[in-house]
Design a protein around this ligand. Structure first.
Ligand code: NAP
Length: 299
Protein backbone atom coordinates (compact mmCIF):
# COMPACT_ATOMS: atom_id res chain seq x y z
CA UNK A 1 0.00 0.00 0.00
CA UNK A 2 1.09 3.61 -0.29
CA UNK A 3 1.90 5.78 2.71
CA UNK A 4 3.01 9.41 3.06
CA UNK A 5 6.10 9.14 5.24
CA UNK A 6 9.13 11.04 6.46
CA UNK A 7 12.46 9.25 6.96
CA UNK A 8 14.17 12.31 8.45
CA UNK A 9 13.13 15.72 9.77
CA UNK A 10 13.34 18.58 7.29
CA UNK A 11 11.54 20.74 4.76
CA UNK A 12 8.58 19.66 2.61
CA UNK A 13 10.97 17.62 0.45
CA UNK A 14 11.25 14.95 3.18
CA UNK A 15 7.59 14.04 2.58
CA UNK A 16 7.47 11.07 0.25
CA UNK A 17 5.09 8.41 -0.92
CA UNK A 18 6.44 4.96 -0.03
CA UNK A 19 5.14 1.51 -0.88
CA UNK A 20 4.97 -0.43 2.38
CA UNK A 21 3.16 -3.56 3.59
CA UNK A 22 -0.41 -3.15 4.77
CA UNK A 23 -0.34 -2.94 8.61
CA UNK A 24 -1.46 -5.94 10.62
CA UNK A 25 -3.63 -4.83 13.50
CA UNK A 26 -2.35 -5.90 16.93
CA UNK A 27 -4.66 -6.95 19.77
CA UNK A 28 -7.02 -4.08 20.53
CA UNK A 29 -6.49 -2.49 17.13
CA UNK A 30 -8.70 -2.30 14.04
CA UNK A 31 -7.65 -2.16 10.40
CA UNK A 32 -9.23 0.82 8.65
CA UNK A 33 -9.28 1.51 4.93
CA UNK A 34 -8.57 5.23 4.75
CA UNK A 35 -11.02 7.47 2.89
CA UNK A 36 -9.22 10.67 3.89
CA UNK A 37 -6.87 12.28 6.33
CA UNK A 38 -6.36 16.03 6.64
CA UNK A 39 -3.56 18.54 6.93
CA UNK A 40 -2.94 20.19 10.32
CA UNK A 41 -0.48 23.02 11.05
CA UNK A 42 1.15 20.66 13.57
CA UNK A 43 2.21 18.46 10.62
CA UNK A 44 4.75 21.13 9.72
CA UNK A 45 6.29 21.00 13.20
CA UNK A 46 6.23 17.19 13.24
CA UNK A 47 7.88 17.06 9.81
CA UNK A 48 10.51 19.73 10.51
CA UNK A 49 11.58 18.32 13.87
CA UNK A 50 10.34 21.38 15.80
CA UNK A 51 8.44 18.98 18.07
CA UNK A 52 11.23 16.37 18.17
CA UNK A 53 12.43 17.08 21.71
CA UNK A 54 8.94 17.01 23.16
CA UNK A 55 7.61 14.33 20.81
CA UNK A 56 10.33 12.29 19.08
CA UNK A 57 8.93 10.33 16.14
CA UNK A 58 9.84 6.75 15.39
CA UNK A 59 11.24 7.29 11.87
CA UNK A 60 10.21 6.51 9.21
CA UNK A 61 6.91 7.95 10.32
CA UNK A 62 3.58 7.84 8.48
CA UNK A 63 1.87 11.24 8.67
CA UNK A 64 -1.82 11.92 9.26
CA UNK A 65 -3.47 12.61 12.64
CA UNK A 66 -7.01 12.64 11.25
CA UNK A 67 -8.74 9.53 10.01
CA UNK A 68 -12.00 8.95 8.16
CA UNK A 69 -12.40 5.50 6.69
CA UNK A 70 -14.10 2.14 6.86
CA UNK A 71 -13.47 -0.86 9.09
CA UNK A 72 -11.87 -3.87 7.44
CA UNK A 73 -12.61 -7.23 9.06
CA UNK A 74 -13.12 -7.83 12.74
CA UNK A 75 -12.91 -4.87 15.14
CA UNK A 76 -14.70 -6.01 18.28
CA UNK A 77 -18.32 -5.67 19.36
CA UNK A 78 -18.85 -1.98 18.52
CA UNK A 79 -17.76 -2.00 14.87
CA UNK A 80 -18.64 -4.19 11.91
CA UNK A 81 -16.78 -4.72 8.65
CA UNK A 82 -17.52 -1.73 6.41
CA UNK A 83 -18.57 0.65 9.19
CA UNK A 84 -17.54 4.27 8.51
CA UNK A 85 -15.37 5.55 11.36
CA UNK A 86 -13.29 8.52 12.43
CA UNK A 87 -10.33 8.86 14.78
CA UNK A 88 -7.76 11.32 16.09
CA UNK A 89 -4.58 9.29 15.63
CA UNK A 90 -1.90 10.64 18.00
CA UNK A 91 1.40 11.46 16.31
CA UNK A 92 3.32 8.84 18.29
CA UNK A 93 1.45 6.20 16.22
CA UNK A 94 1.66 5.52 12.48
CA UNK A 95 -0.80 7.96 10.94
CA UNK A 96 -3.65 7.80 8.47
CA UNK A 97 -1.91 9.28 5.42
CA UNK A 98 -1.92 5.85 3.79
CA UNK A 99 -4.25 3.38 2.11
CA UNK A 100 -4.77 1.54 5.41
CA UNK A 101 -4.04 2.25 9.07
CA UNK A 102 -4.15 0.09 12.18
CA UNK A 103 -5.76 2.11 14.99
CA UNK A 104 -6.53 1.30 18.63
CA UNK A 105 -10.25 0.49 18.70
CA UNK A 106 -10.47 2.69 21.82
CA UNK A 107 -9.83 5.75 19.62
CA UNK A 108 -12.54 5.00 17.04
CA UNK A 109 -15.97 6.57 16.80
CA UNK A 110 -18.69 6.01 14.23
CA UNK A 111 -18.45 8.67 11.53
CA UNK A 112 -21.12 11.36 11.13
CA UNK A 113 -23.91 10.26 8.81
CA UNK A 114 -24.82 13.72 7.53
CA UNK A 115 -21.57 14.65 5.78
CA UNK A 116 -19.59 12.77 3.13
CA UNK A 117 -17.09 10.41 4.77
CA UNK A 118 -14.03 12.20 3.38
CA UNK A 119 -15.20 15.51 4.90
CA UNK A 120 -15.40 13.84 8.30
CA UNK A 121 -11.57 13.83 8.24
CA UNK A 122 -11.82 17.57 8.98
CA UNK A 123 -13.27 16.85 12.41
CA UNK A 124 -11.19 14.67 14.76
CA UNK A 125 -8.08 16.59 15.83
CA UNK A 126 -9.39 20.11 15.19
CA UNK A 127 -12.73 19.36 16.85
CA UNK A 128 -11.05 17.70 19.82
CA UNK A 129 -8.77 20.72 20.26
CA UNK A 130 -11.73 23.11 20.19
CA UNK A 131 -13.70 20.95 22.64
CA UNK A 132 -10.86 20.51 25.10
CA UNK A 133 -9.97 24.22 24.95
CA UNK A 134 -13.53 25.22 25.84
CA UNK A 135 -14.80 22.55 28.18
CA UNK A 136 -11.76 20.86 29.74
CA UNK A 137 -9.19 23.61 30.08
CA UNK A 138 -11.67 26.48 29.77
CA UNK A 139 -14.34 24.92 32.04
CA UNK A 140 -16.99 26.71 29.98
CA UNK A 141 -20.44 26.45 31.52
CA UNK A 142 -23.63 28.13 30.42
CA UNK A 143 -24.08 31.77 29.47
CA UNK A 144 -20.51 32.91 29.87
CA UNK A 145 -18.71 35.41 27.68
CA UNK A 146 -16.06 33.82 25.49
CA UNK A 147 -13.52 35.39 23.14
CA UNK A 148 -12.02 33.18 20.44
CA UNK A 149 -8.83 34.76 19.10
CA UNK A 150 -8.19 33.14 15.73
CA UNK A 151 -11.87 32.49 15.12
CA UNK A 152 -11.20 32.33 11.38
CA UNK A 153 -9.01 29.25 11.77
CA UNK A 154 -10.41 25.74 11.47
CA UNK A 155 -10.17 25.09 15.21
CA UNK A 156 -11.46 28.59 15.93
CA UNK A 157 -14.56 28.13 13.77
CA UNK A 158 -15.35 24.89 15.56
CA UNK A 159 -14.75 26.53 18.94
CA UNK A 160 -17.13 29.39 18.14
CA UNK A 161 -19.85 26.93 17.12
CA UNK A 162 -19.37 24.65 20.13
CA UNK A 163 -19.37 27.58 22.56
CA UNK A 164 -22.48 29.07 20.92
CA UNK A 165 -24.27 25.71 21.08
CA UNK A 166 -23.39 25.51 24.78
CA UNK A 167 -25.16 28.83 25.40
CA UNK A 168 -22.13 31.10 25.59
CA UNK A 169 -22.00 34.63 24.22
CA UNK A 170 -19.06 34.41 21.84
CA UNK A 171 -16.92 37.14 20.31
CA UNK A 172 -14.05 36.51 17.95
CA UNK A 173 -11.04 38.01 16.22
CA UNK A 174 -10.83 36.95 12.58
CA UNK A 175 -9.40 38.15 9.30
CA UNK A 176 -11.51 40.15 6.84
CA UNK A 177 -12.20 37.11 4.66
CA UNK A 178 -13.53 35.15 7.65
CA UNK A 179 -15.61 37.71 9.55
CA UNK A 180 -18.96 36.88 7.93
CA UNK A 181 -18.42 33.13 8.20
CA UNK A 182 -17.61 33.42 11.91
CA UNK A 183 -20.73 35.56 12.45
CA UNK A 184 -22.68 32.80 10.75
CA UNK A 185 -21.39 30.41 13.42
CA UNK A 186 -23.24 32.41 16.08
CA UNK A 187 -20.63 34.94 17.21
CA UNK A 188 -22.04 38.17 18.59
CA UNK A 189 -19.14 40.47 17.69
CA UNK A 190 -16.41 39.56 15.23
CA UNK A 191 -13.45 41.94 15.23
CA UNK A 192 -11.28 42.19 12.13
CA UNK A 193 -7.71 41.75 13.36
CA UNK A 194 -6.39 43.86 10.48
CA UNK A 195 -8.45 46.82 11.71
CA UNK A 196 -8.25 46.37 15.49
CA UNK A 197 -5.70 44.88 17.88
CA UNK A 198 -6.59 42.61 20.79
CA UNK A 199 -5.35 45.41 23.04
CA UNK A 200 -8.32 47.48 21.86
CA UNK A 201 -10.89 44.91 22.98
CA UNK A 202 -12.91 45.37 26.18
CA UNK A 203 -10.68 44.76 29.21
CA UNK A 204 -11.65 42.21 31.88
CA UNK A 205 -14.78 41.33 29.89
CA UNK A 206 -14.46 37.61 29.22
CA UNK A 207 -14.93 34.56 31.39
CA UNK A 208 -12.83 32.63 28.89
CA UNK A 209 -10.38 33.63 26.18
CA UNK A 210 -9.21 30.90 23.79
CA UNK A 211 -6.11 31.67 21.75
CA UNK A 212 -5.70 29.95 18.37
CA UNK A 213 -3.59 32.67 16.76
CA UNK A 214 0.05 33.69 17.19
CA UNK A 215 -0.90 36.42 19.68
CA UNK A 216 1.24 36.57 22.86
CA UNK A 217 -0.65 35.43 25.94
CA UNK A 218 0.37 38.65 27.72
CA UNK A 219 -1.75 40.65 25.24
CA UNK A 220 -4.81 38.49 25.88
CA UNK A 221 -4.65 38.16 29.68
CA UNK A 222 -6.02 41.70 30.32
CA UNK A 223 -9.22 40.76 28.46
CA UNK A 224 -10.02 37.99 30.97
CA UNK A 225 -12.17 38.96 33.94
CA UNK A 226 -10.78 38.33 37.42
CA UNK A 227 -10.97 34.58 38.19
CA UNK A 228 -11.59 33.83 34.50
CA UNK A 229 -9.48 31.60 32.26
CA UNK A 230 -7.09 31.99 29.34
CA UNK A 231 -6.46 28.88 27.26
CA UNK A 232 -3.82 29.11 24.58
CA UNK A 233 -3.21 26.40 22.02
CA UNK A 234 -0.50 28.40 20.26
CA UNK A 235 1.72 30.71 22.32
CA UNK A 236 3.38 30.02 25.66
CA UNK A 237 2.36 31.59 28.95
CA UNK A 238 5.41 33.74 29.52
CA UNK A 239 4.25 35.81 32.46
CA UNK A 240 1.70 34.86 35.10
CA UNK A 241 -1.25 37.17 35.74
CA UNK A 242 -2.40 36.37 39.27
CA UNK A 243 -5.96 37.53 38.51
CA UNK A 244 -6.65 34.67 36.12
CA UNK A 245 -5.94 31.00 35.43
CA UNK A 246 -3.86 30.51 32.28
CA UNK A 247 -3.29 27.19 30.52
CA UNK A 248 -1.06 26.27 27.58
CA UNK A 249 -2.89 23.25 26.17
CA UNK A 250 -2.01 20.25 24.03
CA UNK A 251 -4.92 18.31 22.55
CA UNK A 252 -5.10 14.58 23.21
CA UNK A 253 -7.32 11.94 21.57
CA UNK A 254 -10.56 11.08 23.34
CA UNK A 255 -13.27 8.81 22.01
CA UNK A 256 -15.82 10.42 24.36
CA UNK A 257 -15.09 13.87 22.96
CA UNK A 258 -15.11 12.54 19.39
CA UNK A 259 -18.54 10.99 19.91
CA UNK A 260 -19.88 14.32 21.14
CA UNK A 261 -18.40 16.09 18.13
CA UNK A 262 -19.95 13.57 15.73
CA UNK A 263 -23.31 14.02 17.46
CA UNK A 264 -22.99 17.80 17.11
CA UNK A 265 -22.28 17.47 13.37
CA UNK A 266 -25.25 15.16 12.88
CA UNK A 267 -27.51 17.49 14.90
CA UNK A 268 -26.55 20.37 12.60
CA UNK A 269 -24.79 22.27 15.41
CA UNK A 270 -21.28 21.95 13.97
CA UNK A 271 -20.32 22.76 10.39
CA UNK A 272 -16.98 21.75 8.92
CA UNK A 273 -14.95 24.29 6.95
CA UNK A 274 -13.40 22.25 4.15
CA UNK A 275 -11.10 24.05 1.72
CA UNK A 276 -10.75 21.15 -0.67
CA UNK A 277 -9.41 17.66 -1.25
CA UNK A 278 -5.99 16.81 -2.68
CA UNK A 279 -4.24 13.50 -3.34
CA UNK A 280 -1.55 12.43 -0.86
CA UNK A 281 0.95 12.99 -3.65
CA UNK A 282 0.28 16.77 -3.33
CA UNK A 283 1.29 16.84 0.34
CA UNK A 284 4.46 18.87 -0.27
CA UNK A 285 2.40 21.62 -1.92
CA UNK A 286 -0.17 21.51 0.86
CA UNK A 287 2.60 22.04 3.45
CA UNK A 288 3.76 25.16 1.59
CA UNK A 289 0.68 26.87 0.14
CA UNK A 290 -1.84 26.74 2.93
CA UNK A 291 -5.48 27.48 2.10
CA UNK A 292 -8.06 28.81 4.59
CA UNK A 293 -10.10 25.87 5.88
CA UNK A 294 -9.27 22.19 6.10
CA UNK A 295 -7.41 20.54 3.26
CA UNK A 296 -8.37 16.89 3.01
CA UNK A 297 -5.74 14.46 1.75
CA UNK A 298 -6.97 11.42 -0.13
CA UNK A 299 -5.00 8.18 -0.62
N1 NAP B 1 -1.99 23.00 21.15
C1 NAP B 1 -2.77 22.18 20.47
O1 NAP B 1 -3.13 21.09 20.94
C2 NAP B 1 -3.23 22.56 19.09
C3 NAP B 1 -4.08 21.72 18.39
C4 NAP B 1 -4.55 22.13 17.14
C5 NAP B 1 -4.13 23.34 16.61
N2 NAP B 1 -3.26 24.10 17.31
C6 NAP B 1 -2.80 25.39 16.77
O2 NAP B 1 -3.93 26.24 16.70
C7 NAP B 1 -3.79 27.10 15.56
C8 NAP B 1 -5.04 26.95 14.69
O3 NAP B 1 -5.03 25.65 14.12
P1 NAP B 1 -5.91 25.37 12.82
O4 NAP B 1 -5.73 23.96 12.45
O5 NAP B 1 -7.27 25.88 13.04
O6 NAP B 1 -5.13 26.30 11.78
P2 NAP B 1 -5.56 27.09 10.48
O7 NAP B 1 -6.98 26.87 10.12
O8 NAP B 1 -4.53 26.82 9.47
O9 NAP B 1 -5.39 28.59 11.03
C9 NAP B 1 -4.92 29.58 10.19
C10 NAP B 1 -5.86 30.79 10.36
O10 NAP B 1 -5.59 31.47 11.57
C11 NAP B 1 -6.05 32.81 11.42
N3 NAP B 1 -5.05 33.74 11.96
C12 NAP B 1 -3.75 33.84 11.60
N4 NAP B 1 -3.17 34.85 12.26
C13 NAP B 1 -4.12 35.41 13.06
C14 NAP B 1 -4.14 36.48 13.98
N5 NAP B 1 -3.04 37.20 14.24
N6 NAP B 1 -5.29 36.75 14.63
C15 NAP B 1 -6.39 36.03 14.41
N7 NAP B 1 -6.45 35.01 13.53
C16 NAP B 1 -5.32 34.70 12.88
C17 NAP B 1 -6.22 33.05 9.92
O11 NAP B 1 -7.62 33.09 9.67
P3 NAP B 1 -8.37 34.37 9.06
O12 NAP B 1 -7.32 35.40 8.71
O13 NAP B 1 -9.11 33.89 7.88
O14 NAP B 1 -9.29 34.78 10.15
C18 NAP B 1 -5.64 31.80 9.29
O15 NAP B 1 -6.32 31.43 8.10
C19 NAP B 1 -2.49 26.69 14.85
O16 NAP B 1 -1.47 27.54 15.29
C20 NAP B 1 -2.25 25.28 15.36
O17 NAP B 1 -0.89 24.93 15.35
C21 NAP B 1 -2.80 23.75 18.54
Amino acid sequence: MKALRIHAYGGPEVLRIDQIPRPRPAAGEALVRVAATSFNPADISLRSGAFATMLPLDLPHTMGMDLAGTIVGDAGPDFAHGDPVVAFVPPNLAGAAADYVAVPVALLAHAPTTVPLIEAAALPSAGTTAWQALFEHGRLAGRQRVLVNGAGSVVGGLAVQLAFAAGAMVDGFAGPMSVDRVRGYGAVQVFDYTAMTVGQAEPAAYDLVVNLAPTPATELAPLVRTSGRLVTATTDIEARDERIAAVRMAAHPSREVLRKLVAAVDAGRLRLHVAGARPLADARDVHVAREPGKTLLLP
